[in-house]
Design a protein around this ligand. Structure first.
Ligand code: FE2
Length: 362
């Protein structure tokens, strides 16, 4: 697959639907170092819901909440809890992209329409992907505003932790549905199969999962799709599906170019990470060879390291960021490697299983 049938340009933003967007925005500003960009709500003429837009370098998140009981957003939140609703793409032409997506078998979510303000018009349409997640298609041919219509700019600079952009976003789907959704990304968006991990790559004593990483041609947009594999006990994917009430985004991985500084600061601000046992570091030198970072610092911060033929990567995973064991974040620094930390899967999943055990879900 070599084309870009929807003429995607980039991930424009990720929108979370949450119970209390005002407080969520405060958390992501204070803990994750995002700057506040803008606000949409009653004061800006938006009557049914409210949104806070945050940005850190090239990463833009929107947190939205319904304002009234009859809002359909409530159904999403009641079912899934706080979670990712929309992975929004900027496209060349939203009408053409929507038509092409439908022609390629996508299910339409929102027909193309105009979002307008004094700066001009943004065209928006959206298609359904797994679960209740959608992909908005946004085009900006007639718009010179700072963000999106409806938003009033209310900039509050944040104290950045060095998050640059979204590296990848992982979807969890039901057993037997991984191939369907991998094929969907191939057929509808023209993505290619970048890597496949089977249950032999990703298994512990108790459970397993399988994963296919779908990517655009430039490896700029990467969407791994996970499904549970049969194991002796309940897979972390099954736990997610149970508490999320079906498929959805499992984690958002964010790129940094200094993971030591990023994780030091995130830990100082109280962000909770998965703990790997100290023994993980015992064979690290043999496993990954020379690295630029100080080993004692890596160990102290609990950062994971993996090497492949192209280079190495450093990564670390937060605990779920809401009460339900659903969405979490990954921080990743790439030093040549385009992989996903296969060598860390076992240690990582055992760490997740220890948490599952504490939750009574293993
Ligand atoms: Fe990841």
């Amino acid at each position: 697959m070599t084309d870009n049938p929807l003429r995607l340009k980039r991930i424009h933003h990720v929108e979370f639907w949450v119970g209390n967007a005002k407080q969520a925005a405060f958390y992501y500003r204070q803990a994750f170092g995002f700057s506040q960009l803008g606000y949409a709500g009653l004061e800006t003429g938006i009557r049914h819901d409210t949104s806070w837009a945050l940005r850190q370098n090239e990463t833009t998140f929107i947190f939205s909440s319904p304002l009234k009981p009859e809002s359909p957003m409530n159904d999403f939140i009641a079912r899934h809890g706080d979670g990712v609703r929309d992975i929004a793409f900027e496209v060349e032409d939203a009408d053409e992209a929507y038509a092409a997506a439908l022609e390629r078998g996508a299910e339409g979510a929102i027909e193309p329409y105009d979002l307008k303000d004094e700066h001009g018009t943004v065209r928006r349409a959206a298609i359904h992907t797994y679960g209740d997640t959608i992909h908005s298609l946004l085009s900006f041919k007639n718009y010179d505003g700072p963000f999106l219509p409806g938003f009033e700019m209310r900039p509050i600079p944040g104290d950045s932790v060095g998050i640059i952009r979204v590296d990848h976003m992982v979807g969890n789907v039901e057993l037997g549905r991984m191939n369907y959704w991998a094929d969907w990304y191939s057929r509808v968006l023209g993505f290619e199969r970048f890597i496949t991990f089977d249950d032999k790559d990703i298994s512990t004593e108790y459970s397993a999962l399988m994963s296919i990483v779908m990517s655009d041609n430039d490896y700029a947009i990467k969407f791994p799709i996970n499904e549970p594999a049969p194991g002796r006990k309940k897979s972390q994917i099954d736990e997610y599906l149970e508490y999320n009430g079906g498929p959805g985004v499992q984690h958002v991985a964010m790129l940094t170019d200094d993971i030591i500084a990023t994780v030091t600061e995130l830990r100082r601000r109280g962000v909770e990470f998965l703990d790997v046992p100290d023994t993980y570091y015992d064979d690290l030198p043999e496993r990954v060879g020379e690295i630029d970072e100080a080993r004692d610092q890596i160990r102290q911060l609990g950062v994971l390291v993996d090497r492949d033929s192209e280079g190495y990567l450093l990564q670390l995973f937060t605990k779920p960021v809401e009460d339900r064991p659903t969405v979490f974040f990954e921080f990743i620094q790439r030093k040549g490697s385009r992989g996903f930390g296969k060598g860390n899967f076992k240690a990582l999943f055992e760490a997740i299983e220890r948490e599952q055990m504490v939750r009574g879900n293993l």
